[in-house]
Design a protein around this ligand. Structure first.
Ligand code: ADP
Ligand code: ADP
Length: 229
């Protein structure tokens, strides 16, 4: 579940300056589509429309054939999880930061054995020594560790749809590779929209869309795009 369809989507912040000019593509349920392109192409705008920070001005975006305009922000947040570029964590424990946004999950629950077992395959997404540090306050985390916390926080809500908006862009190459591997695990079997700067970080996507000046300039698999260029 969680099939996404953009149909002839137009959007402008300023009516005199269109940003997205007729964007159509689909992300079939469980698949991953990546949007790449130069800075200013409209990639983030596209992800903000899917998260409904803004509404489309013409065209439609649907999730499982339901028009986003008929879905409340609140119910949308249950369906879509977002891992942003720069994660801002609360000056609190890792446990607090991970359970944030999941009403009903007490701190004890998060730090408890059952919760950690539930994290299961995601435990390795967490910063080194998570089991012992999870309840400590005021931890100094590196950029990569913060992204791991952000991924764990998002994934534990089990949303069928994920948006990864330049989730590794702010990291150094080595850390980027590690976080990329973690993201590959969590995006498996989830409908995923990846926003990325570089083609080399989205090799495994089922389809790659190259956005230029608000239109789709090229599309295909990584191999197809390489062959065309
Ligand atoms: P990308 O993610 O591809 O770099 P963006 O979607 O962030 O592109 O931006 C596309 C264009 O829209 C840019 O020219 C940017 O300056 C403009 N833009 C982005 N956000 C806003 C906003 N909130 N108000 C006005 N213009 C914006
Ligand atoms: P990104 O690199 O993530 O696409 P940008 O540098 O385009 O981000 O924009 C950073 C922030 O500033 C975003 O929240 C965007 O909405 C906002 N922004 C970008 N361009 C404009 C603009 N022309 N007017 C107002 N806000 C803007």
């Amino acid at each position: 579940n969680g099939a996404i369809a953009f149909k002839d989507v137009h959007f402008a912040y300023d009516p005199a300056r269109p940003i997205l000019k007729g964007i159509s593509f689909e992300v079939p349920a469980g698949k991953t589509v990546a949007v790449v392109g130069p800075s200013g192409a409209g990639k983030s705008t596209l992800s903000r429309l899917l998260y409904r920070f803004y509404d489309v001005q013409s065209g439609t975006i649907t999730i499982d054939d339901q028009d986003l305009r008929t879905v409340t922000q609140k119910s949308l947040r249950k369906v879509i999880g977002m891992v942003p570029q720069d994660t801002v964590l609360f000056n609190d424990t890792i446990a607090y930061n991970i359970r944030y946004g999941r009403p009903g999950a007490s701190e004890a629950e998060v730090t408890g054995a059952a919760e950690i077992a539930q994290i299961g395959e995601f435990i390795r997404l967490l910063p080194e020594g998570f089991e012992t540090k999870v309840g400590e306050r005021g931890l100094k985390l590196s950029g990569g560790e913060k992204q791991r916390v952000a991924i764990a926080r998002t994934v534990l809500k089990s949303p069928p749809v994920l948006i990864l908006d330049e989730a590794t862009s702010a990291l150094d190459t080595t850390t980027e590779r590690e976080i990329q591997a973690a993201l590959d695990v969590v995006s498996k079997n989830r409908t995923t929209l990846v926003i990325a700067h570089r083609l080399s970080t989205v090799i495994g996507a089922d389809e790659i869309i190259v956005l230029k000046s608000g239109v789709i300039a090229e599309r295909g698999t990584h191999a197809e795009l390489l062959a065309q260029n």
